[in-house]
Write a protein that binds this ligand. Structure first.
Ligand SMILES: [Zn+2]
Length: 506
């Protein structure tokens, strides 16, 4: 006793959080680094998660009237030039296509040839190319609103990459809408932010704070950027989704005009909003532990893994029949609107199987051996409990209860993440306390610091900049959920009406 049980993932979160993150992804077999610089390979266990997230989101979008469409991967350079702030924001990370064919040189090596007269950008986001289509689709107020979403990949040439969190190519959805009035566009911006909050909290079990970005953190070209922000287990913030009110900026840049009901020509009001495969990184960092990933049931790649235990050949048929019958019954059971997703792991590798599924984060593991079958029961392990905490449950009871068990896990994960965030969120009104909060307690240890500081800020970008330079801490958002109150800016002491969330960020 006394000695801690060895964990499946080394280093542990406490020992080295960034390395733990890399190791936990490797151990879960969700994704790997590709030979292409800054790009990832998403493996089936990770891709299934993305499919489930996409499916839920897609249903939620469509319920608000949004329709899917698809636009080109390439954007002519002059399209990007149309919106000044937008250019500035994205120019530094654009992949540019300059040639359209390959030729062999004298030594037989392939070299680019056929230089393009106008280079093409690989989309970093699609406001400008979609805006061009919208300008042709929209003539009259009768054509509005236009509510479009695209499921796609985008490319941003990142210098420092990390799987799921920041990769040069990533998968996402981008919604783009046009409205006749400012109010309607603002309403849509909030509506989609609410969809993201629901997705994060009810499906990913990640508690989020909703609010607005400061001027310096908003989307290039937007009037306002709203966001959902989550706390990871190293107490850093992750921006998990954004919804932008673009005013008439992009409508003017792309010439999106319509005849109003009073026959006056007006510019449209646009919005855009997106979430990406980054959500998977957020999910891993919110729920993972020192034994691996923990998947929230409502989006889990698989809900239940059945592990037949076969020690003697003569038992094989019986155990497999029992397992297959149970799988069929489970697959006929619905959980949160979709059939229960079941894996059967019948590989002949003994006890290692159980640990593999713990590392992969399957919410429920079910062992089925001859002894269990004799008593018509199954041996169930829950991923939110200790790996050795397993219990025998009557098979029929298990089928009846599986949905409740999954929901219990889902709720446990959310409550645990919420408690963690609350524990590491503090209202701070004293500058010394603020600085101490963001200074690592022990320089030898990984960069563990306080968490979220909820402090007054005067709104001046200069204060924001000073704090960033001194502590590498930024304004993550100006939360909606607060009353105006009189306070003093944590940096300069000037009067302030609102608190903001200060944190280190991914
Ligand atoms: Zn200030």
């Amino acid at each position: 006793m006394g000695k801690q049980a060895k964990t499946a993932i080394e280093p542990t979160r406490e020992e080295n959080y960034p390395e733990w993150y890399q190791e936990v992804i490797k151990a879960s077999d969700m994704a790997e680094i590709s030979p292409v610089r800054g790009c990832m390979v998403i493996k089936p266990w990770g891709y299934a998660l993305w499919e489930n997230i996409s499916r839920v989101l897609d249903d939620m979008f469509k319920a608000t009237g949004v329709k899917n469409a698809y636009f080109p991967l390439f954007i002519p350079i002059n399209f990007l030039e149309k919106e000044a702030e937008h250019v500035e924001g994205f120019a530094k990370e654009c992949a540019v296509v300059t040639h359209h064919k390959l030729e062999q040189d004298e030594s037989g090596r392939l070299v680019p040839a056929g230089k393009l007269t106008e280079p093409l950008i690989v989309r970093p986001t699609s406001e400008t190319i979609i805006g061009d289509s919208f300008s042709k689709w929209i003539n009259s107020y009768r054509d509005l609103p236009v509510l479009i979403n695209q499921w796609a990949n985008v490319v941003r040439w990142e210098m420092r990459t990390r799987i799921f969190l920041r990769t040069s190519e990533f998968l996402w959805q981008e919604g783009h809408t046009v409205h006749a009035t400012k109010e309607e566009a603002e309403e849509r911006t909030q509506m989609m932010l609410d969809v993201y909050k629901k997705m994060a909290e009810e499906y990913l079990a990640i508690p989020v704070i909703t609010g607005e970005k400061s001027e310096s953190e908003k989307f290039p070209g937007a009037e306002t950027t709203t966001c959902i922000e989550a706390m990871m287990q190293d107490r850093k913030a992750l921006q998990a989704g954004t919804s932008h009110f673009l005013g008439q900026n992009f409508a003017k840049a792309s010439d999106i005009k319509f005849q109003s009901d009073k026959e006056i020509e007006e510019y449209g009001w646009t919005t855009s909003w997106g979430v990406s495969t980054r959500l998977i990184g957020g999910l891993i960092m919110t729920h993972g532990d020192d034994n691996g990933v923990i998947l929230p049931p409502r989006v889990a790649s698989s809900h239940v893994v059945l592990i037949p235990i076969i020690r003697k050949d003569k038992d094989k048929q019986m155990v497999m029949d029992y397992t297959n019958e149970l799988a069929a019954r489970l697959r006929n059971t619905a959980y949160y609107g979709y059939p229960i997703r079941v894996e059967i792991d019948d590989r002949d590798i003994g006890g290692a199987k159980n640990w593999e599924w713990i590392k992969k984060g399957s919410p429920l593991r079910v062992e089925i051996g001859p002894k269990d079958i004799a008593s018509d029961s199954v041996f169930v392990g829950r991923r939110d409990k200790e790996p050795r905490d397993k219990s025998a449950i009557n098979k029929d009871t298990f089928v009846d209860e599986v949905g409740n068990m999954l929901d219990e896990i889902q709720n446990t994960l959310f409550q645990k993440a919420l408690a963690y965030r609350e524990k590491h969120t503090r209202n701070i009104d004293d500058k010394n306390e603020f600085d101490a909060f963001f200074t690592p307690e022990n320089k030898e240890r990984p960069k563990i610091h306080g968490g979220f500081a909820v402090s007054h800020w005067c709104g001046d970008a200069a204060c924001e900049k000073q704090i960033k330079e001194r502590l590498n801490v930024t304004v993550r958002c100006i939360p909606y959920d607060q009353e105006n109150e009189d306070g003093e800016c944590i940096e300069c002491g000037k009067a302030s009406k609102k608190r903001v969330i200060f944190a280190k960020a991914y």
